[in-house]
Design a protein around this ligand. Structure first.
Ligand SMILES: O=C(O)[C@H](O)CO
Length: 324
């Protein structure tokens, strides 16, 4: 084999093999030995001289990492559609390309968003717990009741690929109205008759508020105390995007004081959420461990796309999914 094989560092040992195998055909692949995020010190030490880094959303890619890798670094491939863990400006400054995984996880994430919404609104964890522990005494008319989607107004915050896929699914539940808040008017909204409104109007009108917007400086802590106070007391809040879109303490306050009805979170700050977080103690909150895209097929496709992005960049070819 020629000595010109590319050097790639992979930040955990359990990345789906199909992508790693693609890389191995052409590259020397060095992988962190454990199925957990590589410790920072180890990461910085291990990437000196590499051409590419295959990382996940748990790895912060900043100036220090780029310095530690060195000027030959060509590409960062992240197995995620979110890129808030990467310093885009710094990458751009150094000509380091970024590959990510849009589109391929849209359906899986939309499915999980619906599952979380229904799990929260229909109180499934609480109901199962009750059934298992003797709380199910008899059928009772008000027992385990919660808000339904039929006839409801649903507000989508963010109307990109995932937001649209959620809206299509929501529509099939016979909702009365779908509202959305987004920087620009979205032509795709016509498909489900979604109406663009201001953020405040969405908060005021919606029975369900679903967050599908990316975490960027403009959306950081968009949901603060004042936002929760503008929502209906009967509202269900669902976030499958990033924990940083909300002030978590403000959400805890809103849930503890019945300012909103309930919340379903697939993302938190930090991740994993510490076991002593008040969110775990609240009956009106469902917390999942960031599993939006976790179908077997989706994760395999994400891994292959991450590898394809890296290989294309290494060969100076067009990347299948470059973050521009
Ligand atoms: O950004 C992403 O890709 C999701 O949050 C995890 O798959």
């Amino acid at each position: 084999m020629s000595s010109a094989r590319f050097q790639v560092y992979v930040t955990r040992s359990d990345m789906p093999e199909c992508g790693i195998d693609l890389l191995k055909k052409e590259c020397n692949v060095k992988t962190w030995k454990d199925a957990s995020p590589v410790p920072r010190e180890e990461f910085l030490k291990s990437i000196a001289g590499v051409d590419a880094i295959y990382c996940s959303l748990s790895d912060k890619i900043d100036e220090e990492v780029l310095d530690a890798a060195g000027p030959q670094l060509k590409v960062i491939g992240t197995i995620s559609v979110g890129y808030d863990h990467i310093d885009l400006k710094e990458c751009r400054k150094r000509g380091v390309k970024i590959g990510y995984t849009p589109n391929v996880l849209t359906d899986a994430t939309a499915e999980l968003t619906m599952a979380l919404l229904l799990t929260t609104s229909r109180r499934l964890p609480e109901a199962q717990q009750d059934a298992k522990t003797g709380g199910w005494v008899s059928w009772a008319p008000k027992y385990m009741t919660g808000p339904g989607l039929n006839g409801a107004t649903v507000g989508m915050v963010g109307y990109g690929r995932i937001g649209q896929a959620v809206a299509r699914r929501v529509k099939s539940f016979n909702t009365a109205k779908i509202l959305y808040f987004s920087r620009s008017e979205r032509i795709e909204a016509l498909e489900v008759g979604a109406i663009k409104v201001s953020f405040d109007e969405l908060l005021k009108e919606s029975d369900f508020v679903i967050v599908c917007a990316p975490l960027v400086p403009e959306t950081k802590e968009l949901f603060n105390k004042s936002a929760f106070e503008k929502m209906k007391r009967s509202a269900v809040f669902v976030n499958t995007s990033r924990g940083g879109l909300l002030d978590q303490d403000a959400l805890i306050y809103a849930l503890e004081n019945n300012i909103i009805w309930g919340a379903g979170l697939d993302v938190t700050t930090p991740e994993p959420l510490p076991l002593d977080s008040p969110l775990f103690k609240l009956k009106n909150c469902v917390v999942l461990p960031h599993i939006g895209s976790a179908t077997i097929g989706t994760r395999n496709t994400m891994s292959e796309l991450t590898a394809a992005n890296i290989l294309a960049a290494l060969h100076n070819a067009e990347m299948p999914a470059e973050l521009k």
